[in-house]
Design a protein around this ligand. Sequence first.
Ligand SMILES: [Zn+2]
Ligand SMILES: [Zn+2]
Length: 170
Amino acid sequence: MNTHMGSTGGCQCGQVRYRLSDAPKALYVCHCLHCQKQSSSAFGMSMWVHRDAVEFTSGKLSFWSTRGDSGAEKICAFCDTCGTRIYHATDDGMDILSIKAGSLDDSTWLRPTCHLWIKRKQAWLRVNPDHDTCYDTEPPSDEELMRQWTAARTQAGAKRAQCSDMSGKD
Ligand SMILES: [Zn+2]
Ligand SMILES: [Zn+2]
């Protein structure tokens, strides 16, 4: 199973660079208006990685803070030169950085497990509720996001193992 340890990423101008030494804990899309504004686009994509597993290898980050709908302070880190948002962090004791997943060098493997704030989704965007868990607003807990991600990765791993078993029988 490819855990995507060792994935690298960075900002648009290339000065800020990072490397991940552990697999993501969750990956989801958020359609809330904060995320639309933050990304200057249709939605935000968040990939949770343990703080200790993110190594910044070059560049200078700047920080800005805001309060989410929960009232908790959210620290937003962005490239000092080009302004690309790199991660968000909340002081909730989880020690998780929410990496903005579009900053990865290789995004071909990304497959979010759920959509948050569907009620704010831009109308043109089609989401398949048979495939993806959709929440009107926030999910019931952070743990649920992590459970979904782990379950989806385990299923994908099991499917790949099955396929290679079958090809082994030919
Ligand atoms: Zn930059
Ligand atoms: Zn959001």
